[in-house]
Write a protein that binds this ligand. Structure first.
Ligand code: PMP
Length: 378
């Protein structure tokens, strides 16, 4: 009996039957460029500060942590700026949990959430886990989402929640403020909660606006962020949001008691106090991201403009075969299941070189292998 047959014997909820869990491969490969982690690691000064901060918590670990994560909220407000106060901030174990709590509070049976695929693959899963209907909206052929189109879809479909991912995963491109404003206004009739998922905001090109500047006067707008990417803390699990204070009041109704451990809080606070060295690495990553984009163009692929720490590139004739050929060279990237495309995370300088060299090598060998890595331009 395989795993699915065994699962079928359990009294699983009907709406979860046949669903597949989130499953980016976790393989033991030298160069991991598949889940948009920060490839530069935690800088030494932040590591020391985290160690000291965690050590200071150990004696009190017999007690439950501060349920209101007061110091962390203050530090997050300081970091974000935009006049935000601690009461505008909320945090959880990764922005996945933040999004889940939003769905628990504002979605649920009889309610719906609208996303615009291709977008972050967890939105439909978080929706189904909370009994919320997921509606797949539409983008233009080049994956762009205009203010006019997004607003029309929100008006027509009247969802309770809208996910706007900016910069979008997997395409990497940020949305203009006009899209957020138009979607917010279009959601007025259904009183929709508008989530702008800015997990990758720190990697955006200079001058890209954040939806944080749109928060004043928009009580249904939520901007979600994470420390998993720019802050290199994917392993620590800390996501957060900025919104009107009453959003946190709603989330207090669904969060588990003491959901943020004292260790998590101490780690995040120490990292935020060392944001300078962490954000210096963000600049290095942006350089490697741009190197990847240029290298991919030279190799005949068509990368999408990237405001994130990854690059989505088209013009791939056989995505899965190319993914496999790179894996054979010790480079793991992501096949996101989109025809003609692959996604790769910006690496360190040497990882980026290994990725581009690998591609070059595969291309050079394509005549013999018959792999044909570049699609004919259409
Ligand atoms: N939003 C987007 C767009 C993401 O790509 C990810 C992770 N890859 C997340 C949210 C969740 O990240 P985390 O839970 O680590 O904060």
């Amino acid at each position: 009996m395989d795993q699915f047959e065994r699962l079928a014997q359990l009294p699983l909820r009907d709406d979860l039957r046949g669903q597949h869990p989130y499953g980016a491969p976790q393989l033991d490969v030298p160069i991991l460029l598949n889940v948009n982690e920060n490839t530069h690691g935690v800088p030494a000064d932040a590591r020391v500060a985290i160690m000291d901060a965690v050590a200071a918590e150990l004696e009190g670990l017999n007690r439950y942590p501060d349920r209101e994560f007061t110091v962390l909220r203050q530090e997050l407000a300081n970091y974000l700026g935009h006049g935000l106060q601690p009461e505008n901030l909320w945090a959880a174990n990764g922005s996945n949990e933040v999004l889940q709590q939003i769905l628990q509070a504002f979605g649920g049976p009889g309610r719906s959430a609208l996303g615009f695929p291709p977008t972050y693959s967890m939105y439909p899963l978080l929706a189904s886990g909370t009994g919320t209907a997921y509606i797949a909206g539409e983008r233009a052929g080049n994956y762009e989402l205009s203010a006019e189109s997004a607003a029309r879809q929100v008006r027509d479909l009247a969802p309770n929640i809208v996910f706007l991912c900016s910069p979008n995963n997997p395409t990497g491109t940020a949305l203009g403020a006009d899209v957020v404003k138009a979607v917010y206004e279009a959601g007025e009739a259904a009183q929709a909660i508008i989530i702008v998922d800015e997990a990758y905001a720190e990697f955006a090109h200079d001058g890209t606006p954040s939806a944080l500047s749109l928060l004043p006067g928009r009580p249904r707008l939520i901007v979600s962020r994470t420390m998993s990417k720019a802050f290199a803390l994917a392993g620590a699990r800390l996501g957060y949001l900025a919104a009107a204070p009453e959003v946190s009041d709603a989330l207090r109704l669904v969060r588990l008691p003491y959901h943020l451990s004292a260790i998590t809080q101490a780690t995040a606070v120490a990292a935020l106090r060392h944001s300078a060295s962490l954000l210096a690495n963000v600049e290095q990553i942006k350089i490697q991201r741009d190197r990847m984009v240029n290298g991919l163009v030279e190799l005949g692929f068509s990368p999408a403009p990237s405001d994130s720490n990854f690059v989505f590139f088209g013009g791939v004739e056989h995505p899965h075969e190319l993914w496999r050929a790179l894996l054979d060279r010790g480079v793991l990237i992501r096949d996101v299941g989109i025809t003609g495309h692959l996604r790769v995370t910006a690496g360190t300088e040497s990882e980026t070189t290994a990725f581009l060299d690998g591609l070059r090598e595969i291309k050079a060998g394509e005549a013999e292998s018959g792999l044909g890595i570049n699609a004919e331009p259409s």
